[in-house]
Structure formats: C-alpha cells, structure tokens
Design a binder for this molecule. Structure first.
Ligand code: NDP
Length: 468
C-alpha cells in the first residue's frame, strides 16, 4: 500500500486534519494507495507558499533557472520511465505500453517549454512595445484520464512563463502528479514554485478557483465542473483556461481508404477505453459505404484484447465502478431510444471495472448517446446521405472539441474541416496533439487554448509600453 502526503513548499506535509482517501487499481478494484486529503486550510497554505515564492521574484526574473529546471526535470523523468509508467497504469488502468510512451512524451514537453522561457516582447512601432509578464500564482485542476500528460500540460507552460503553481490532480489518479512535485524539487525548482495538493474537487478545487490570491486557473475536466470553476473564478476576475468535454464527429467520406478509416475509427473511440476528451464517439458514415464499413468495424472491434493495463492489452478497464455504471446507463439509453446495439454492450466479469467495446448503429442525432459525453467505450454510428448532411450532423452538438475527416481527396477533406465547428480537425488520422499546436474547444468544450506558444501566453499578462 503506497502512502502519499501533500507536496507543499518543497516538502511532504500531512493534511492538517490527518484525513486521507483511498485510490483503487481499476483493473482489480483493490486499494493501492492512501493519500492525504487536504481541506481549505491546507489549500490556503499551498496558495500562500506559491504567493511567497512568486513574490520573491528570483523565479519570475531568472529565465535561465527556469530553463535549467525544466530540462533537468525532463532528464529525471527519462531515468524513471519504467517506474512512472507502472504507477500510471496501476492508478489509471491504461495499457502499460502507452504509459511507457507517455513518460518520454512528457519529458519532451518539458524540454519544449524549456526553450520558451526567455521573456517575450513584440515591438509594434516606434512608440509601442508589448511585453508578456508572468500572471503570478496559477492553479491547475486536472482529470483522471491521462494524469501525467494533463499534469505536464499545466506545469510546463506555467513554470516556463515564470508563474508559481498549485496543481490539483483528480482524487482517482493523484499518484504521478505527486511524484512530479518531488521530481521538480530534485531538478532544482525553488520551494513553493510547484505545489501538489490532493483532496476533493469541491474543497481543494473550489478553494483554488475561488481564492483571491490565485491569479489564474487552468482547468481540464467535465463541462459542468468547468462552468462552476468559471463562476468561482469570477470573484477576482481570474484568467481562465477551460478544457472541457467533447462529442467529436469522425466523418468518413465515400472515397476514404477503408482499411485505414476502420482502424482509425476503432482507435478514435476505444483508445484509453474511450476516456479521452477528443474520443471519436460519433462515427458518421455515408449511406453508400455503410454496410461494408460496419462489417469491418465490428470485426476489428471484436479483435481488441481486453485486460489489465499491466499485461499491455489493446484496451484496459474504465476508471471506476461509477464510470462503469455510467457507461451501462448510456447503453440502456441507446437501446431504449431505438438505436441498434451491434457489438458489445455488457460489463465484463474480469475482476475490475471492465466494459465491452460497444457499438450502436442507426443512431439519430437527437438521441442521448449522440448528444452527451459518455467518456467510455461506446460508439454511436450515424449515417448521412451527402456532405451537407454530414456537416450538419457533425455540428449538431453543444460541444466543439475535435473531429476528423477520412478521404483520399485532401482538398475535399480540408473543405469539410473548415466547416466543422471544432478546435482540432484531423485528416486521415486521429488523436494527435503536437506540443507546438493549439489545443482547445469551440462552444461548450472550453475557453482558451493550451500547448505551444498559445498555451504559454495563457499564463502571461500583456503589457503595452507606449514611449514618445
Ligand atoms: P471532473 O470535471 O469531474 O473533474 C475534473 C477535476 O475537477 C478533478 O480534479 C476534480 O476533483 C475537480 N473538481 C470537481 N469539482 C470541482 C469544483 N467544484 N471546483 C473545482 N474543481 C473541481 O472531470 P473528470 O475528472 O471526471 O474527467 C472527465 C472529464 O474531463 C470529461 O468530461 C472529459 O471530457 C474532460 N476532459 C477534457 C479534456 C480537454 O482537454 N478538453 C481532456 C481530458 C478530460 P475530484 O475529482 O478529485 O473531486
């Protein structure tokens, strides 16, 4: 049984109340860790530590220290790929092969932002210069689906910008975020610049989002929680970045490479058991290709190997008993609303929280399984008659995070991409998020963009100096 305390001001500290919570292995349902559960007072002390560290100015004014810390943290991560990947899989359930790829990806990400630590300035004309300055104390609130990656998406730009940060991981998957706190200390990060506080969202997250001593909150999670964070952040008009839910349309055109598009559709929805904000949860097929595509899609899906993440299957468990029940509830909605269940649809008795990869055909756009984010391995297939109808269905959602177009005619695919109301559109691929390209959503999928210089700027204030 692992034990973790809070990481505040460069050291491990008990929660003041000594309260703890348990973390389960989703592949077995067994308890794997006992974690300190912070209350509002603990959270305030992390905010104070971050404020003192930021006000001290050494960090915000020393870009070479920031670069060196980010580079060193990346080096330390690379030395610990196996251990961190094991912890990530134990905690989240993802296949270990993916976890082993993510750790070096995160190291790359820190190295990329190490190259962006120099202060930014733009000369507009002979009078006007724009300077970008650190926003101050930033809070990062993250979900459970890709814990290490989500932690890095908050920490790297915040620290490169010169801010101090308090990170609040999900209570379901806090382990690798806590490990990162200590790794940054070993990399030379000054005390208080990076704090990791665990505990419930309605206490720790809400204190961070509402505190007048926090200047920015970057949130990734569900849309309903994102709205609450925005409401709390209004108290001191915090800067906000919200990366919320999605119901992404994966559009196959009649001239698509069938084999690639089938594999792409399976990866789009079943990667990480569908627990990805960009999951291709709505597959749009042309009438002319429908029957052939479905036959191959079902066959490909039935080939997926399910199992404990540690055995490196194609698909692991879902995160919790609660998520498993949510998936099952949506499967019932699909059946009740008249969609045709053509594959999967059941829970699997494999010891942990396993849901069969599930496909519904004959889905109509107004059904709940076509409108609501399930965040599990459940695919809704909708059929369209022409391009106009495909675009109409793709945009018929309150979300706008991502989507894809599969076609051998790239200009046709780009034309459709340009009419899709989503923050990322892939062509003949799915799920890539290059570190230098903006990531974020239209509509209720969020506010602002992460990654690249776009993400960096969200942790910076803009100052215009006008000199005559
Ligand atoms: P939640 O919205 O439930 O939680 C996200 C984080 O917010 C957790 O750390 C949670 O803490 C915290 N939280 C909960 N309540 C509050 C509150 N009142 N104030 C502040 N913080 C709070 O999402 P999940 O963890 O269930 O993750 C799944 C969701 O995340 C999906 O909707 C998915 O689409 C979205 N997501 C979006 C991504 C994007 O980039 N757009 C990427 C990945 C996921 P705790 O759970 O510990 O109580």
């Amino acid at each position: 049984m692992m034990q973790y305390k809070l990481w505040i001001n460069g050291e491990w500290v008990e929660a003041e109340s000594e309260a703890t919570f348990s973390v389960l292995n989703p592949a077995t349902g067994a308890e794997i860790a006992n974690i300190a559960s912070a209350d509002r007072a603990d959270t305030k002390s992390a905010i104070d530590a971050a404020r003192d560290a930021f006000d001290n100015k050494n960090w915000s004014q020393d870009s070479s220290m920031r670069r060196d810390v980010l580079l060193k943290a990346a080096e330390l991560l690379r030395k610990e790929v196996d251990r961190l990947a094991y912890l990530e899989t134990l905690d989240n359930g993802m296949p270990i092969g993916w976890a082993k790829r993510f750790v070096p990806d995160v190291a790359d990400f820190f190295e990329y932002y190490a190259g962006l630590t120099e202060p930014l300035a733009e000369k507009l004309d002979s009078n006007s210069t724009v300077h970008y300055e650190p926003v101050g104390v930033a809070a990062g609130i993250i979900p459970w689906n890709l814990p290490l990656k989500m932690a890095s998406w908050k920490i790297a730009p915040a620290l490169a910008a010169g801010d101090a940060m308090i990170l609040k991981p999900s209570s379901q998957t806090p382990i690798t975020a806590l490990e990162i706190g200590e790794i940054f200390a070993r990399a030379g990060c000054p005390k208080g610049i990076l704090n990791v506080v665990t505990g419930s969202g309605s206490v720790v997250g809400s204190e961070l989002a509402g505190s007048a001593n926090v200047d920015k909150v970057a949130f990734t999670g569900g849309t309903a929680t994102g709205k609450e964070v925005m409401r709390l952040a209004a108290g001191n008009l915090k800067k906000i970045t919200l990366e919320c839910g999605g119901k992404s349309a994966n559009i196959v055109l009649d001239d698509a490479d069938l084999e690639k598009a089938v594999k792409g559709a399976v990866f789009a929805i079943f990667f990480n058991a569908g627990q990805v904000c960009t999951a291709g949860s709505r597959l749009l097929l042309p009438e002319t290709l429908h029957d052939r595509f479905m036959e191959e899609l079902i066959a490909e899906t039935r080939r997926l190997r399910l199992g404990s993440g540690l055995d490196d299957p194609d698909m692991g468990p879902v995160i919790s008993a609660e998520q498993m029940e949510k998936d099952l509830e949506y499967i019932r909605y699909g059946i009740a609303d008249g969609a045709k269940l053509v594959s999967g649809g059941k829970l699997l008795d494999m010891g942990g929280f396993f849901v069969e990869p599930t496909i519904f055909d004959d889905v109509e756009s107004d059904m709940r399984i076509a409108q609501e984010e399930i965040f599990g391995p459940v695919l809704s297939v909708l059929t369209y008659s022409d391009e106009e109808e495909a675009i109409e269905i793709a945009n018929d959602t309150r979300y706008g995070l991502a989507g894809a177009v599969w076609s051998e005619d790239i200009s046709r695919a780009k034309r459709i991409a340009s009419r899709t109301r989503a923050g990322t559109v892939w062509i003949n691929t799915y799920h890539g998020a290059p570190k230098h390209a903006p990531f974020g959503g239209y509509k209720e999928s969020g506010i602002g963009r992460e990654l690249g210089v776009y993400g960096l700027k969200s942790y910076l204030e803009v100052k215009h100096v006008y000199c005559v």
